[in-house]
Design a protein around this ligand. Structure first.
Ligand SMILES: NC(=O)c1ccc[n+]([C@@H]2O[C@H](COP(=O)([O-])OP(=O)(O)OC[C@H]3O[C@@H](n4cnc5c(N)ncnc54)[C@H](OP(=O)(O)O)[C@@H]3O)[C@@H](O)[C@H]2O)c1
Length: 303
């Protein structure tokens, strides 16, 4: 699997594994999590996507226990994590309302907690999880530059940012933002036209696509009711059969075909599905096939 280069010269694997749902897995013991990591590495998937909040603040630690059990893994992987969402959680009894916190105090403390939970010395890529309407960009920019200069994080980026959110933060920073992680799939095509993809390309940042299978909904749509989503599911199935893969691989191939350099962040807990993450690389995708799927995603032909 090829690597996708970031503006700072470092790289991420072309497909990433997201750990949002890890705490919901039937088996979250260290050996089971090591097996998930091994299944990724066997295909060249070396980028692991976290957030402090995943699993009610527990997923980073589940992953960290696996790294602690096998420290040699650390140098083979890139760890991405995120900060700024404050959940209503028993872990934070003083939180009255779900909110975002991009203050230096919160971001710095959150990084320290992530390092501890993940059992690592440095985070490869820290993302601001959601744009914060109360963000003091000057202060956040200085905080993020400082985290890079201190060696706690190697690089920073954005998530769910609109172009103007990214431009504002970047204008207050010395170091470059490396990516924008956004919702992008055949069930969420807005970024193709709302400026997010164009902005990423303008700044030569790869895009990390979250929920590339629409959280599984892309594969569970009914195929017999004649609706646009049903026709999309049927088309995915037809292309899967033609390429000897499955519908999820075709959906991934559709993302990989975009010239921006899209990194699908896959989310299964099942070993059989994890082992097949790389199949999207084997599905042939040409311009007209891409547009056939896009048309079905839109529900109408392009103007
Ligand atoms: N930055 C953000 O704001 C943000 C937001 C959401 C997610 N993310 C990141 O993106 C990652 C991926 O998100 P996601 O988990 O929603 O990705 P996804 O790959 O679109 O969906 C994964 C879900 O689909 C199910 N699934 C996979 N293949 C299936 C199939 N053939 N049939 C039926 N169900 C199937 C999986 O269930 P099984 O486990 O049973 O396979 C899992 O529940 C997250 O882990 C996280 O790292 C980021």
């Amino acid at each position: 699997m090829k690597k996708i280069q970031l503006p700072n010269g470092r790289s991420l694997s072309q497909i990433a594994y997201g750990l949002w749902r890890l705490s919901e897995a039937a088996d979250t013991r260290v050996d089971a999590n090591l097996a998930r990591i091994d299944a990724c590495l066997a295909q060249g998937i070396s980028t692991f996507d976290h957030a402090d909040i995943y699993g009610d603040y527990r997923c980073e630690a589940l992953f960290g226990q696996a790294l602690k059990a096998r420290p040699s893994l650390r140098d083979q992987i890139e760890i991405v994590t995120k900060t700024d969402i404050m959940l209503l959680s028993a872990q934070w009894p003083q939180t009255r309302v779900k909110h975002y916190d991009t203050t230096s105090a919160h971001v710095t403390a959150s990084v320290e907690r992530s390092l501890q939970r993940l059992c690592v010395e440095v985070i490869d890529l820290l993302l601001i999880h959601r744009p914060d309407p109360l963000c003091d960009a000057q202060a956040l920019g200085a905080c993020l530059d400082g985290l890079i200069d201190s060696g706690k994080v190697r690089a920073v980026g954005a998530s769910n940012f609109q172009p103007w959110d990214a431009d504002l933060l970047q204008s207050r920073m010395k170091h470059r933002l490396q990516t924008n992680q956004i919702e992008l799939s055949l069930l969420h095509v807005d970024p193709l036209t709302n400026g997010q993809m164009a902005h990423a390309q303008t700044h030569r940042m790869p895009v990390m696509a979250w929920s590339p299978l629409g959280g599984g909904r892309l594969l569970t749509q009914q195929t017999a009711d004649g609706s646009a989503s049903s026709r999309l599911a049927a088309k995915l199935e037809q292309l899967a059969q033609a390429s000897g893969t499955d519908a999820s691989a075709v959906a991934v191939a559709w993302l990989l075909h975009h010239p921006a350099g899209v990194i699908p962040v896959m989310g299964s807990n099942r070993l059989d599905r994890i082992r097949a993450f790389g199949q999207g690389l084997e599905v042939p995708m040409d311009r007209q096939t891409w547009f056939e799927l896009y048309e079905l995603a839109l529900g109408h032909e392009v103007p």
